[in-house]
Design a protein around this ligand. Structure first.
Ligand SMILES: *[C@@H]1O[C@H](CO)[C@@H](O)[C@H](O)[C@H]1NC(C)=O
Ligand SMILES: *[C@@H]1O[C@H](CO)[C@@H](O)[C@H](O)[C@H]1NC(C)=O
Ligand SMILES: *[C@@H]1O[C@H](CO)[C@@H](O)[C@H](O)[C@H]1NC(C)=O
Ligand SMILES: *[C@@H]1O[C@H](CO)[C@@H](O)[C@H](O)[C@H]1NC(C)=O
Ligand SMILES: *[C@@H]1O[C@H](CO)[C@@H](O)[C@H](O)[C@H]1NC(C)=O
Length: 557
């Protein structure tokens, strides 16, 4: 395998240069949308086949609702237009996910209000509910909040949250009220939504990983346990036994959580074993010291670290490889063919706002990285990361940026605001421009999944009608069917994002696709999912389904 790849590569290159007049193959492209996001889209989550929810802090954003600045909005993926959402509590630096019944829950946030906007209530114990929205335009769909009766057990600003095996949310860490660079006011505990008990669960791991343990990077593993990385430390947490197993540190003094943000991803899971592997990229090789001794020019690390979460893999420890450049605050996002997009971030500095002595404008980070890379998990070590053919953006996406895979199969990129409130006059000013990053296949004839059942049962064989372009029907075509959670993007981390490949075949007449759903909610937590059919790296638009019963959490089906 290794040998044949090496020998093919130079052939490709010389063929391309020998035929300069041949029509150019479609390439990855950035495309700027006409309409802006209206609020700084520092958090984003796809909530329906056509709608993305954006959240900002309660601030002086230009988008207005009920005679005040909005800090929530719905982005329509079909029309590329924005509609404000009325939010009661301050959603600044919150997290969230979709639950097993399709409802989006946004949790935690900023305790403060904003001068000139009296509507705001503290967000650090908030639970914001967006029920499943059947309207393609979001008409009539609103957020529900009732802070007096519906709230978290603890105050959490900068928490992480993921959907777990029973379709509920596990909520991890955060700070109470003071967020001055490092976590100096920590809530070192876990809780659930809906709650499983009346008190929080203290976490020794979060104690040990102070002071850079905000927005821990956490993943639901296919056995129901949860992998967590914060600062330079990692564990597996057993929810059912309430025990932690300590794993090796991230090598070489690299730290990867806020305010020293790297990013992390659970690599695609494949049948029959669904062996979990985690990849952690970027961050900074530094010791946590007083921010007044750090610099916006401190180089970010290019290190990626990868571990297989089996007893042998854990004994072997983290395997180190390198991105093409250092990145702080990159984001890692699944591509439906099993590759990983590495985008956003800067070449130097830190997250947060104006704490280093030499901010650029108000940004603790500098040298935005404008060219995305692609990570191919099954290539040999040292050959997995490339930016060949990737476009160059002109828009910095540093602190408070977001990116999400859409049901259409492209990426929506927005945000950037390393400033207190909206500031249009500094370098790295508040960013309202929205881009898509479009894979080459959007310019080609794509396969189509014509319809699917609304709900899919676990461990079942499902046949759906498809339409295949003639050119993708040849013998030996590479077929991939991905069941995906598109995740929740906040602070350079895509929580709950998941790609589970399904065994699949195409009928002899090429008119139907049969796939086998995951065995249970541990492999794919019950809830909304998007199915993508990829043939020879050409991906269909996604089909939006409910994996499991659609029951409210907790549910085991
Ligand atoms: C809207 O807000 C402005 C300034 O805060 C105020 O002067 C005006 O009366 C408000 N209008 C309504 C309809 O509430
Ligand atoms: C992780 O951080 C701790 C605390 O700063 C440090 O003592 C330890 O050496 C680091 N581990 C690695 C592998 O660099
Ligand atoms: C990308 O664009 C920036 C700014 O226009 C430029 O400085 C940089 O050299 C470009 N990088 C590549 C790889 O083309
Ligand atoms: C924008 O940031 C600069 C640099 O900190 C500051 O001097 C200026 O007052 C800010 N502008 C606004 C509108 O806050
Ligand atoms: C889903 O479950 C959550 C948590 O119990 C609840 O708040 C929400 O109303 C439920 N949504 C639906 C559509 O049943």
């Amino acid at each position: 395998m290794k040998w044949s790849l090496l020998s093919l590569l130079p052939l490709f290159v010389s063929f391309a240069s020998a035929a300069p007049s041949a029509p150019e193959a479609p390439k990855w492209e950035f495309n700027l949308k006409k309409e802006t996001s209206g609020i700084v889209a520092l958090e984003s989550i796809v909530v329906s086949p056509t709608l993305v929810v954006f959240f900002d802090r309660a601030s002086n954003d230009p988008l207005q609702i009920n005679n005040h600045s909005a800090w929530g909005a719905l982005w329509n993926l079909e029309t590329s237009t924005v509609t404000p959402l009325d939010v009661l509590t301050n959603s600044f630096c919150a997290s969230g996910a979709l639950l097993s019944n399709g409802t989006m829950a946004s949790v935690g946030g900023d305790p403060r209000g904003f001068v000139g906007n009296p509507a705001i209530q503290p967000g650090n114990q908030a639970i914001r509910i967006f029920e499943p929205c059947a309207s393609p335009t979001g008409a009539g769909c609103t957020l529900f909040e009732d802070p007096a009766t519906l709230h978290l057990l603890a105050k959490r600003w900068y928490p992480s949250s993921i959907r777990i095996f029973d379709g509920s949310l596990l909520i991890v860490g955060g700070t109470h009220v003071n967020a001055n660079f490092y976590n100096v006011d920590p809530e070192n505990s876990f809780e659930f939504f809906p709650p499983k008990e009346s008190t929080v669960r203290p976490s020794a791991f979060l104690e040990r990983s102070l002071p850079a343990n905000l927005f821990p990077r956490i993943f639901a593993l296919p056995d129901g346990k949860v992998f967590m990385v914060a600062n330079n430390q990692s564990i597996i947490y057993d929810i059912e036994a309430n025990t932690e197993t300590i794993l090796p540190d991230i090598p070489n003094n690299v730290r990867v959580t806020n305010p020293i943000d790297g990013s992390a991803i659970l690599l695609p899971l494949s049948p029959p074993d669904y062996t979990p592997e985690v990849l952690v990229c970027g961050g900074t090789q530094t010791d946590p010291i007083d921010p007044s001794l750090l610099s916006s020019q401190t180089p970010a690390t290019s290190q990626c670290s990868r571990i297989m979460l089996t007893p042998e893999g854990i004994a072997k420890g983290w395997q180190v490889e390198h991105m093409l450049e250092g990145r702080t605050m990159p984001e890692l996002v699944h591509i439906p063919n099993g590759q990983v997009l590495i985008t956003n971030g800067g070449g130097s500095g830190f997250a947060a706002i104006s704490q280093v002595p030499d901010p650029v404008g108000n940004s603790n980070a500098d040298h935005p990285v404008l060219v995305p890379s692609i990570y191919t998990p099954d290539l040999p070590l040292g050959r997995r990361i490339s930016n060949a053919g990737m476009p160059n953006s002109t828009i910095a996406r540093l602190y408070h940026s977001s990116v999400t895979l859409t049901p259409q199969g492209n990426f929506l990129i927005a945000g950037n605001n390393p400033n207190g409130d909206v500031n249009l006059t500094v370098p790295f000013s508040s960013e309202f421009r929205v881009q898509t990053l479009d894979p080459p296949f959007v310019q080609l004839n794509r396969p189509t999944i014509l319809s699917t059942p609304k709900n899919l049962k676990f461990n079942s064989r499902v046949t759906v009608p498809i339409d295949l372009p003639l050119e993708l029907t040849g013998p030996g075509a590479k077929l991939q069917v991905a069941l995906m959670d598109l995740g929740f993007s906040s602070h350079a981390f895509h929580s709950s994002a998941r790609l589970v490949f399904m065994d699949a075949t195409i009928s002899a007449n090429r008119k139907s696709l049969t796939f086998v759903t995951p065995p249970n909610g541990r492999v794919f937590p019950p809830g909304p999912a998007t199915i993508f059919l990829t043939i020879n790296d050409v991906t269909s638009p996604g089909a939006w389904v409910m994996m499991g019963s659609g029951n409210s959490p907790p549910t085991l089906e």
